[in-house]
Write a protein that binds this ligand. Structure first.
Ligand code: MGD
Ligand code: MGD
Ligand code: MO
Length: 766
């Protein structure tokens, strides 16, 4: 037996040293440089060597026997047939060629949304998009499941995308120094700050919040879940009904106007359209004053509590933060617009410790300083296909080819998709109303998936090509708010017959005669050197001295230069003539003429309360009396490593835990640890009950990420995947974002025969 050795690596949830012996990963030790590491790493060894790894290329039987044009609806139910790599790549090349010749490149959907793994060269999105561009292009998707509504509405209001807020949000040291009160909508859960896209080498949120508290900053947690703000911060917990935050903020705005506590100079000099918004708040324009009492009747908090919060916000330097979750809801544009409006009324935008921040606590990086370098990035080439969809409109596209849809002032048409190519994402994790997805998913002629594991997406494909995990290849790890760039060295040989996405695409490109364009003649190592050269060039422009590639690789990491602490919009505040915002007026648009011009009834030209179809105040709540929120999981990144030890340890009764209030549990005869059935008109799933007063009455929380596990469309989902219950309807015609957090359900104790789980088993293989 060889002695175990430890090799550093980077994941989206942190840096680890992997212990390797006899060709297997035996343990993942947190990096000694991370004071607050994530336990998610504990799932790596078990998952990497799990029986649910795809052992070799596979084809669905019905597709293989009858051919793509006559494949007959067996996705997800028919067995798979093992095939050789050569045959698999021949099939993929032939299909891409056939579809292109017969139907054109706009019949190929390559949106392929998903987080895949850390590591910038083997970044699945970059690989598949570059490859499909070399083949003449593909239908793409725009925005993200994370932040679609924010991404579309914020540029109209402040000229920043949600990514700008993530990268350039107020630095924690500034907030700790100057802040007095932080009002956190959706909290800032330590759970979510385990994660940072690209990979954090240090977890900072706990320390940052602690230093705020030690400096006397007070916290308010506005959320259905108490633990969305850590208990050591002694936050005041306010739990408005889910999706009613805009009404709550309007009540605060009304009080500020009535008491003359709004910052008129800031509103006059730095904003446009406050008059029209004020007319709405006072009721001058629609006959309904948005008083604290009005807000109370909607959000369920007492009017006195709302007034008290308004007064504290007016008295203290206040930082309003908002989790991305609030815009992952019907009319999700509104709370974000309203948060900016309220921050403008308080006058703290551009001041240290004031203003507004988005995705604080949604990730580890928001509030860290930004790197000065352009990170390593695989060049994407050009996509000549114009057609695109807003990312969460996948099923609408599959169901309605040729039909028109609205998006951010444009009117586009859904293309007719015949081939889907997915690499590095799991639509059976991320998409809403999965029963609808499963039906629409039968329509295309061919579905190709690259996956390391037999996820539901792989099980519902025609051709499954086994991909390596990051521990089976060399890469460069980098995140734009982290000072360390990491040499991610291969730890073990590829598991089974797995290949790198790059090598798979190179093999297919060779068959299509586009190998030179795709590979440029480079091996993986030559690409890593090429990407590192770009970093060196960017470093030279910053006069930073970085080692050459060999020095970087030998050292295992390099420290990159960082910007100093930032205060968003301080330049604009100091001199808005010289530093205008990137909006039509150059100012904060409390009222947007551009959005007014779109004429959308579901996204009016200033922040407004629009009732969602499903919330605790809706008529439907008489039938389905509980609001389900589906937050990010504590024990995973999305659906990743669900079959790993840490994720499995967190299950209850073998299923995903669902948090329910003691009153709601008691009324249904549910006790802690019981198996329960959660249901509505769209579907039903099993989950394990966690009875806790940490969730407000009337709300249940079922995290995302349990691998979908049902006998077929419309059948009971056995594992606790919330997306059999969520709605697949866009936020509004403006952003068309995902609305997972708008869902009414009911829950019952499950006393039927307990169905076995098959989520983590491979499918039938002939
Ligand atoms: N109900 C509900 N649904 C939600 C949300 C919610 O709040 N509620 N949140 C949404 C959000 S914010 C997001 S970002 C999405 C996340 O949705 P996804 O990003 O699609 O979820 P992941 O589980 O990260 O899927 C990544 C997949 O890539 C695979 N993979 C990893 N490395 C590689 C690789 O190197 N190559 C290949 N080919 N594959 C690889 C993994 O095994 C995994 O199956 O979910 C969305 N869905
Ligand atoms: N551990 C872990 N961390 C992650 C991820 C993961 O999968 N696992 N995913 C990462 C990704 S891709 C993203 S985009 C971010 C997402 O970051 P967020 O969107 O901020 O995360 P969520 O957990 O969906 O929501 C945060 C909280 O918002 C609350 N909430 C929901 N609806 C409402 C509402 O209407 N009003 C109010 N006031 N509160 C509400 C819920 O109680 C929930 O706990 O998380 C990232 N961090
Ligand atoms: Mo996300």
């Amino acid at each position: 037996m060889s002695a175990p050795k430890r090799i550093p690596t980077l994941t989206h949830w942190g840096a680890y040293q992997l212990e390797v012996g006899d060709g297997r990963i035996s343990a993942a030790h947190p990096s000694p440089h991370d004071a607050d590491p994530s336990p998610i790493g504990r799932s790596i060894p078990g998952a990497v060597h799990h029986r649910s790894r795809v052992s070799q290329p596979m084809a669905r039987q019905g597709w293989l026997d009858r051919g793509p044009e006559n494949h007959g609806g067996g996705r997800g139910s028919e067995p798979f047939v093992p095939i050789s790599w050569d045959r698999a790549m021949d099939f993929v090349a032939a299909e891409l060629d056939r579809i292109k010749r017969q139907h054109g490149n706009d019949a190929i959907f390559g949106g392929s949304y998903g987080w895949a793994s850390a590591g910038r060269f083997h970044h699945s999105q970059s690989q598949v998009h570059r490859f499909l561009n070399c083949h003449g292009g593909y239908v793409r998707s725009v925005d993200s499941y994370s932040a679609a509504a924010a991404n579309v509405v914020l540029p109209h209001i402040v000229g920043w995308s949600s990514l700008n807020f993530m990268r350039w949000g107020a630095s924690w040291e500034v907030v700790a120094e100057a802040g007095e009160l932080i009002v956190m909508f959706g909290g800032a859960p330590l759970r979510n700050a385990q994660v940072e896209q690209g990979g954090p080498t240090r977890h900072v949120l706990r320390e940052a919040l602690t230093s705020c508290r030690d400096n006397g900053v007070e916290f308010v947690n506005v959320s259905p879940l108490r633990d969305d703000v850590a208990d050591f911060l002694d936050a005041q917990w306010l739990a408005p009904r889910p999706n009613s935050d805009t009404a709550l903020m309007l009540g605060i705005a009304h009080w500020l106007i009535a008491e003359d506590r709004h910052d008129k100079a800031f509103l006059d000099n730095h904003c446009v359209g406050f008059d029209r918004f004020r007319a709405y708040v006072t009721g001058e324009s629609d006959g309904e004053a948005k008083t604290p009492a009005w807000a109370a009747s909607i959000c369920g908090l007492e009017a006195g509590v709302i007034v008290d919060l308004a007064r504290r916000m007016a008295d203290k330097r206040t930082y309003i933060t908002m989790a991305l979750a609030l815009q992952r809801a019907q009319h999700g544009e509104q709370p974000f617009w309203m948060a900016v409006t309220l921050a403008a009324m308080l006058g703290g935008i551009g001041l240290p410790g004031g203003g507004v921040g988005f995705s604080i606590g949604s990730f580890n990086n928001t509030g860290r300083t930004a790197t000065k370098l352009a990170g390593p990035k695989l060049p994407q080439g050009r996509n000549p296909v114009d057609a695109f969809i807003p990312v969460a409109r996948l099923v609408d596209m599959l169901e309605n080819p040729g039909t028109a849809f609205d998006y951010n002032g444009r009117r586009q048409t859904y293309p007719n998709i015949r081939l889907i190519y997915w690499c590095g994402g799991n639509p059976f994790h991320h998409h809403q109303d999965l029963n609808r997805l499963i039906a629409a998913w039968q329509r295309p002629e061919t579905i190709i998936v690259h996956e390391p594991w037999w996820t539901a997406a792989a099980k519902h494909a025609d051709l499954v090509l086994p991909a390596t995990t990051p521990y089976e290849r060399n890469d460069i790890g980098y995140s734009f708010n982290d000072e360390v760039m990491t040499a991610m060295k291969q730890v073990i040989e590829p598991v089974g017959a797995a290949r790198n996405d790059y090598d798979i695409f190179a093999g297919i490109a060779h068959r299509l005669g586009i190998a030179d364009a795709f590979t440029e003649g480079r091996s993986v190592e030559q690409w890593l050197r090429r990407l590192y050269d770009d970093v060196l060039q960017s470093a030279a422009a910053e006069r930073a001295d970085l080692p050459d590639f060999d020095g970087f690789w030998a050292a295992g990491q390099v420290t990159v230069p960082m910007n100093g602490p930032h205060i968003p919009f301080s330049d604009f505040r100091a001199d808005q003539q010289t530093h205008p915002l990137n909006t039509p007026s150059g100012k904060i648009e409390i009222y947007s003429e551009t959005i007014a011009g779109f004429g959308y009834d579901d996204c009016p030209p200033h922040a407004a309360w629009l009732e969602p179809d499903e919330w605790l105040g809706a008529p439907k709540a008489l039938q389905y009396t509980l609001h389900m929120v589906s937050p990010q999981p504590t024990a995973r990144l999305h659906s990743q490593l669900d079959c790993g030890d840490y994720s499995l340890e967190n299950k209850v009764a073998g299923r995903e835990p669902v948090m329910i209030h003691p009153d709601d549990a008691g009324a249904r005869g549910i006790e802690a640890g019981d198996l329960v059935r959660i249901f509505n008109d769209r579907g039903a799933c099993l989950a394990g009950a966690v009875v806790s007063d940490g969730v407000m009455p009337g709300v249940i929380a079922l995290a995302t990420g349990a691998w979908y596990d049902a006998a077929g469309a419309g059948q009971l989902e056995r594992h606790g995947n919330p997306n059999v219950l969520t709605r697949d309807v866009g936020t509004s015609r403006l952003a068309q974002g995902c609305t997972a957090h708008t869902a009414l359900v009911d829950v019952a104790r499950y006393d039927g025969p307990v169905p076995p789980l098959s989520a983590h088993e491979p499918p039938a293989i002939e």
